[in-house]
Ligand binder design. Structure first.
Ligand SMILES: [Zn+2]
Length: 187
């Protein structure tokens, strides 16, 4: 999408992502366009523009955006690091930090539920030493070491009892995991 297409949008937040090594990744700009029933949110990071459509169910734009940000920051896989306030005409830095705290509390609650999950796929991952860990956005979602032994993570869901690695382009269920393990770690 062309950056020019978001010039109709109203800017409501700039935040920075601080990588765990303390490196600043550069600012992300957030814009919105509201109609009666819907809102479209634009996220602009460097040359990358992405948009998300949400329902407009709250009384005010401000309340809706607050709710959106809470959900948005509850999805840790979207972030390289810790989000940090830069500027906003809509939210003060205190409010922003409060939203982050709520998002963090929500993620932690989901994480705790995840840790109580039991499933054959999860057990098999543990048996193979793939160290499955809660993804944090949904209690049935996990990350684990890639079955191939390469240095990245694969994704798994106890809801569908499925796993997949986007880098290696492999996926499947319990049987496919057994087969992949045999193939790559062979024994
Ligand atoms: Zn992989």
């Amino acid at each position: 999408m062309d950056k020019k297409r978001i010039t109709d949008g109203i800017h409501f937040l700039t935040f920075e992502q601080i990588h765990f090594m303390g490196v600043e990744c550069g600012p992300t700009e957030m814009y919105y366009v509201a109609s009666v029933f819907h809102m479209r949110i634009f996220k602009v990071y460097k040359d990358n523009v992405s948009s998300m459509d949400i329902e407009f169910t709250r009384d005010t734009v401000r309340e809706q955006l607050r709710e959106f940000l809470m959900e948005f920051y509850s999805m840790p896989y979207l972030f390289l690091g810790r989000p940090e306030y830069v500027e906003s005409d809509m939210f003060s830095e205190d409010e922003f930090n409060h939203i982050l705290q709520e998002a963090n509390d929500r993620t932690e609650a989901v994480r705790k539920k995840s840790l109580r999950q039991k499933s054959p796929l999860l057990e098999l991952c543990r048996e193979y030493g793939l160290d499955p860990e809660p993804a944090g956005h949904k209690e049935t979602s996990f990350y684990a070491k890639c079955v191939t032994g390469r240095p990245h993570q694969m994704y798994l869901s106890t809801e569908s009892e499925a796993w997949g690695c986007g880098f290696c382009k492999i996926k499947g269920g319990v049987e496919e995991l057994k087969a992949a393990y045999q193939q790559y770690r062979g024994r």
